[in-house]
Ligand binder design. Structure first.
Ligand SMILES: [Zn+2]
Length: 234
């Protein structure tokens, strides 16, 4: 195992570092902690001609349980690649092979009693549901988010009432609209454009919305209807 950042062991939940080391010893893996990325918690890249080891990166601001779950998720990509790359022509990133590997390495952690009950329950429910194969399972993400360090004024989009105004990490301000499946239609405050924002995005609620800029020659509503195309934000 190679961990490029000595902080990693200290960031994991108590009693889980040894198990992680056992998993990583099965194939060459380089783990890197990176500054937080808004679009993902971690990623995995298989070995290449230039790099003989699997490379896994994880955001360095995750709470211990989110860090462990993300690492296990990415290690499952590495073990699925090792096991199936020659047997399965097109290995789907989160297909049945990945899920089987993820379940196998999760089971001892869920049964081991080191996780809080709500996280263990969400992970067990994920393992038991044949339909649950997505990378960001809602039940797991919600349970993990409960252990984030509270920041006053910061909430998940799905915790806000419709009509609430909020700011995302890039500084853009939105008004929350109607829910879709896992996302919500939200209107960008300054342009009137409609975006789809994920319900599990953590955002800053604004009690005082900023003033809307004047749209020269075009009313705000007309501008909004002209610009009514949906963009993927997260
Ligand atoms: Zn994945």
């Amino acid at each position: 195992m190679s961990i490029q950042d000595s902080r990693l062991a200290g960031l994991l939940p108590d009693g889980t570092a040894d198990y992680l080391a056992t998993l990583l010893a099965r194939q060459p893996v380089v783990i890197r902690l990176t500054p937080p990325r808004r679009t993902k918690l971690g990623d995995h890249r298989p070995p290449s001609l230039k790099q003989a080891a699997h490379r896994i990166s994880v955001n360095d601001d995750l709470n211990p349980y989110a860090l462990l779950t993300t690492l296990l998720h990415e290690i499952a990509h590495a073990t699925a690649w090792e096991k199936y790359r020659q047997r399965v022509r097109r290995l789907k990133p989160h297909g049945s092979e990945w899920k089987e590997e993820f379940e196998t390495i999760l089971r001892p952690v869920v049964a081991g009693g080191t996780l809080p009950a709500d996280i263990a329950f969400a992970l067990a429910a994920f393992m038991q549901s044949p339909a649950a194969t997505t990378c960001t399972d809602r039940g797991i993400m919600l349970a993990l988010a409960r252990y984030d360090t509270p920041r006053p004024g910061f909430l998940l989009v799905e915790e806000l009432p419709i009509g609430a105004v909020f700011r995302i990490g890039s500084g853009k301000v939105f008004c929350k609209g109607q829910p879709l499946r896992s996302r919500h239609h939200c209107t960008e405050w300054s342009t009137g454009r409609i975006y789809r924002v994920h319900g599990l995005s953590r955002v800053e609620r604004l009690e005082e919305p900023p003033e809307k800029p004047e749209s020269p020659g075009l009313s705000f509503n007309a501008f909004a209807s002209v610009q009514r195309f949906v963009r993927q934000l997260f």
